[in-house]
Design a protein around this ligand. Sequence first.
Ligand SMILES: [Zn+2]
Length: 1092
Amino acid sequence: MKSGVRGARGKLAGIPGEVMFGVWLKANGQETPDGAECYKAVSEGPRLHRSGDSLCVGVTPGLLPTPSTKGWWPHRLARGGAPQAGRRPPAPVLAEEMELRGWLPLLLRLGLMWPLGAPSEPRLRVFVVPHSHMDVGWLHTVQESMQAYVTNVYNTVVEELTLEKKCRFIAVEQEYFRLWWDGVASEEQKGQVRQLVAEGRLEFVLGGQVMHDEAVTHFDDQILQLTEGHGFLYDTFGARPQFSWQVDSFGASATTPTLFALAGFNAHVISRIDYNLKEAMQKNQQLQFVWRGSRSLSAQQEIFTHVLDQFGYCSEGFNWDGEAIFPGTPLNGMYLQMQIPVTEDSIPNFTSLLLNNVLTRASWFRTPHVLWPWGCDREFLNASLQFANMDIIMEYINSHASEFNVSMEYATLGDYFRAVHSDQVAWQVRDHHDFLPYSSDMHHAWTGFYASRSGLKALARRASALLYAGESMFTRHLLLAPHPHLDPAWGLQQLQQLRWAVSEVQHHDAITGTHALKVDDMFVEHLSSGMQGVHTLMASIIQDRSPAHSGPESAGRLAVVYNPLAWTITTIITMTVDFPSVSITDESGRPVPAQVQRSKETPSAYDLHVLTTIPGLSYRHYSIQPRRSSQEGTGEPKPSVASTQQFGRRLRRRGGRVGRNLVPVVNDCYIIFLDLDTNLMHSVWERQSNQKVHVTQRFMEYHAITDFSKGPFADNYVFRPDGRAEPAWEAVRMEIVAGPLVTEIRQDFYREVNDSEPTFAIYSRLAHGPQSSDGELLCHRIEQEYRVGPLELDREAILRTSTDLNTGRVLYSDNNGYQMQRRAYRQDPWNTIPWNYYPMVQSAFIQSRRSRLVLLSEQAHGVSSQGNGQVEVLLHRRLVNNDPAKIIADLTLNDTSVVHPVFWLLLGSRNLTSGLRQRSGLALQHRPVVMLREMSETARRGSGSRQQEAVMLPPSIHLQILSIPGWKYSSNHTEHLRTLQKDRNRAAKADLRRVLLRLQHLYEVEQDPVLSQPVTVNLQSVLRGLGSLVSVEERSLTGTWNVSEMHRWTWSTRDPPRHRGSSSQPPPPPGDPEVTIYPKEIRTFFIHFQEQ
Ligand SMILES: [Zn+2]
């Protein structure tokens, strides 16, 4: 949430008669000068002031301001969302003689401008949709928000809706609703809520735990947070949200329409898109369209999309319930956003204000239905005051409906969309392009948040990966061990806690790094304790299933390695040991290939690299023991000790020849050449296609503009560099650590020549694994870990990789790890550098005709191509601007941490990299989990090792989730509703036998000749390792619908629907274990296995 408004503003609490705001009114379609100029004119001279064909109006506290748009509404940081795209105020048609109090006759005439519609019926139908935007952590923690307003919102809304039949409300963030439901609501209130939900007057929209960010979140996590909320709503009410409400996410991703269609939604609402584009869409009545978010999927995955107009989700000027008061809020000088009550005197003003707004909005849409979101951040904390005032205005307008040609009603989002759907319009179709990056005006490109709080972004993804591994481990364990030592309810609770924490951090002010420091602490705390719980769960599972270890030795440690992917993975795992002389054996006692070397950051420790091959969802066990001297000289294999070559500091060169003095590092796939004159990478030879590409990597920094008084400045959201990036180091030191398994190149970058500690570092690894098909991924990647920080103040650090590929500055970057977007370089007179930044959630690449350089990342960053053959990643930001409001709110980015982002680089022909990219991305995301324990602790319980059969999927199909959600509902909808009716207080038990399985086809249509083919999987046979399959039921994305019963609305379009994927095939009989998965499809199933 952010309000990015800076406008002409008089005194905060104006004295009657004094001008508070200057407002330009002008005819449609024309530019409107800045409000500041108008304010100056009307505060110094007459209240009404003409300039050309525009009218400048001074608004006093006695008169109501019209709803806000950018540039002329006061900047109030503590309220976000209000002003959105668009540089001009709403522009009604203007008449010469118009005065503020003379609007009504004008409106009457405007009514005549709508020639359609029966004369007896009002032409415009206005759907007033009451809502409260409740950020799950922004300036305040969840607990503070619960106390300051959330509890009041639900208490008073439920009361008001129960009293007044005509009232409606939409509820969005399920984390808050659930906290209220579980911890606050009385039995009486719960009964009332059930009644309101059943009557459709309280409508859950979106239904996720949070309103997730769309730029820097991974789609696995989006699905998780949606699934968590939907599961609760369905369990509790039998309710299934059918409309989205993504109104405050900073930009909109093309993944979202696909996911929401799969979840059964009938319409999708977004808001924050580029201001220029929104303006054009308004003008051309294109704010509503059918969005085909994926180029590979069929019409089944399209969704009707509504972009909120420039007013966004706020209706300023219509809030009567005041501000939430948080602990520590300085009351002195606080702007109480509380409107004067609606009375006989003030009603003409309110009416003209509202009608003016409605007519303006109506002109931007193709149907005579106007969506009028009523609310803003933290509103409806006194719902009774809200409705009591609004009732009067609406009654007044409705009693003059035929004069005004307008009728108004309280509505849910569903009411509005049902009306639009009934209009039989042929809608425009938009393709798979996204709405990123988001710019709120010409000076504010919201691309800084792609890298704000980089450490939290990393933690969020690591937590998500741990959860993923924990889910499948737990599922396997529960299915195979009928009487496990661990209590299943306890296990589920550990997973549940981490599911919640990972869901929470997807919020659009969480993973984005756009929150106050204390809120950051909260997110970290929730993630850390959730991870701790899942680690404990995993340790218990290991304890249960570890092999009984007999034999004399009890010293040393046992490493249990779990592969959470449903493919065989060959990789190198790394463990830290205290001594270089160890012996490592596998479960059958055989020595395994390993390498020991001094740890790069802890001089007293050693890294033990072990080459491992693990089938899908399986374990390997290794025992690590210190070598006794008696073992020396026996010829028994032991891990090789790597050799180290040091290269002293080289100064940063400003020109001069390079490449005269190269040293190669070689594996079966690449030769990396390092330049000993610079200690930088010089080039990479890709051996399969026999191509050499110049590749150099340098840390650089942008200097951020942070002075509030000098115009637009950088903050947690906005990237605002002062010119080009500059080199951020003066010297580089290099070390090459070579061994039989891995060669590691360590480059330390020093900010000043004589610094003792490097500010930046690159640790690159090239593996010398087997060249079998399993080893293909390992061979074809250059693994890199960077060290960045601590940064100096007002610096933004990037790693720029420069190549001699002729790319034309075209970059490809992903949407949420799901699909790629092509990004052509764009020129902009004000903001070219930040405008060409994009989110990179998992992958990005640049390419020439022959070669492609792919970057895969473990966490989200910003990515850009600012020059031909270049790709740069925004890794870390530290800045503090002097905006007083941000300082008070502690919304600064004085991030002094050191971050360690991980990247894998792939280089090769387009064909090769296209086949490897997705699977390599997943191999990075879900690396094997290594659990170490002391040898003496094992096998106390003696359940022994059970041989578990691997779970293996074809290479283009990814096991997206295997879990036991623990829902209580019956899969049969009618039966579930009957149960809810009959016995709502029954403490239903979690169903521990229902397994949630989600499969995803990784490839786009025509991306790869083999991997892009549809794949038929027999679930019975691939899941054999989990038990005997009894039933398969295909479900909607979040599990709440049986897909055969889910009938989404169809929307007619101007373009014919496409027939791709399963829609052109006859559906398989329900329960068939054989499923065919088409490119980019995501399919969700409930699986039941035979009880053992
Ligand atoms: Zn928000």
